[in-house]
Design a protein around this ligand. Structure first.
Ligand SMILES: Cc1ncc(COP(=O)(O)O)c(C=O)c1O
Length: 392
């Protein structure tokens, strides 16, 4: 599959056909693989031969999924993990040691914050959060022991955009690993390795699965990092189930098409809601009103499926809006074919004080929409009726 375009490879790349002559890849639901001889077993364990031994560290389905993802992310290989958080944790822990320092964009997923602020300090790994908006001062945060810069772009739920080219150049200058959680865009819309990322991490639970069925993650990296990554994963065991790998690999066949439609629907929703008097602000990277519109256009192929609304009327209006939805799902997941809505202030971030929510950019009336693949007129009709209901 060397001389075909990426969407073709995502559809056509497949593990070798078995003696059953199947068209679609079978699921290798096996914990281990047999050896033809004692000599073969010895050679495989000694890394003198290539082949499957045990599904904690290799399996045809996970290998197929990782190979497709590495190709899409323009990186050399990687590992598949049982969840996005297993991927985030492994992508850091595999390369860090006591005494190291991590720089992290302030707006990252809550559990990523917990790894950096609660778990790693117990092991002597320090961190500093940097403000995305304060780009000019990022360089001042680099320390002699800074080993990794971790970020998400667009961020969750405020959809801030980080300048990947700028941060990629800084990381290169300071010899720091740039690790980008690319879960909101997927490689169909943004390829952080093109801007210098050495590691790209995903929650495959989101747009990669795309149908809200399975939890998983994946880490893609440059060849120079592969030994340390694989060693850490082999011996700590964050492995993805072959069944979930099979689901994700099949989903990649439609990734390009889905991300195009998610983005087209989201752009239509964002434009239409900008005119709605119940809404204070619509945040969407491909709206000219987004403060980083030009940057988003530069580094993203399309705006993606997430639209964040700031409703007039704060937390109470947000609650009423969600209760009035008839078609959209009120659920914490995103990246589904079905449009989903979340109100961070009364759910995911309700345990924070108002001041803490402000600090991470979560406003009382903020609603995060993950725009799905339904007919966009149905999506808009439901949002608009829920907005008028929530006024009562
Ligand atoms: C940006 C981002 N990274 C990582 C994760 C964690 O992924 P998972 O739920 O698959 O562990 C999430 C989950 O919502 C996320 O939104």
């Amino acid at each position: 599959m060397d001389n075909v375009k990426e969407p073709t490879a995502s559809i056509r790349e497949q593990i070798p056909r078995t003696a059953e002559r199947e068209h679609s890849a079978p699921i290798f639901m096996t914990s281990s693989f047999v050896f033809d001889s004692a000599e073969e077993a010895r050679a495989l364990f000694a890394d003198e031969a290539q082949g499957n031994i045990y599904s904690r560290f290799s399996n045809p389905n996970t290998d197929e999924f990782v190979a497709k993802m590495a190709r899409l992310e323009h990186l050399d290989g990687g590992i598949a993990c049982a969840s996005g958080m297993a991927a985030v944790f492994t992508s850091m822990a595999a390369f860090l040691k006591s005494g190291d320092h991590v720089l992290c964009a302030r707006s990252v997923f809550g559990s990523t914050h917990q790894i950096l602020s609660t778990i790693f300090p117990r092991w002597g790994i320090d961190h500093t959060y940097v403000d995305i908006a304060d780009e000019k001062n990022w360089e001042k945060s680099f320390k002699p022991n800074t080993r990794m810069f971790f970020l998400e772009t667009p961020s969750n739920p405020a959809l801030d955009i980080v300048d990947l080219e700028h941060i990629g150049a800084l990381c290169k200058k300071h010899n720091v690993l740039l690790n980008v959680d690319n879960c909101f865009c997927t490689p169909a819309l943004q390829k952080p390795a093109e801007f210098g990322a050495s590691i790209v991490t995903h929650s495959a639970t989101k747009f990669i699965d795309g149908q809200g069925r399975a939890v998983g993650g994946v880490i893609l990296a440059k060849e120079a990092l592969m030994h340390d990554l694989k060693f850490f994963a082999r011996h700590t065991g964050p492995a993805l189930s072959p069944f979930n790998a099979w689901i994700f690999s099949k989903s990649l066949e439609t990734l390009d098409l889905r991300m195009e439609r998610h983005s087209a629907n989201a752009l239509r929703v964002a434009h239409a809601l900008e005119k709605n008097s119940a809404i204070e602000k619509v945040i969407y990277p491909f709206l000219p009103s987004h403060p980083s519109y030009a940057l988003a256009k530069k580094q993203m192929r399309a705006g993606g499926g997430l639209v964040t609304l700031v409703l007039k009327g704060g937390v109470e209006r947000g609650r009423k809006f969600l209760n009035a939805l008839q078609i959209l799902s009120h659920t914490a997941n995103l990246g589904d074919t079905r449009t989903t809505a979340t109100h961070p202030a009364s759910t995911t971030h309700s345990k924070l004080s108002e001041a803490e929510r402000q600090a991470v950019g979560i406003l009382p009336g903020m609603v995060r929409l993950s725009v799905g693949l339904e007919d966009v007129t149905d999506i808009l009709r439901d949002i608009e009726q829920a907005l008028s209901q929530s006024d009562r």
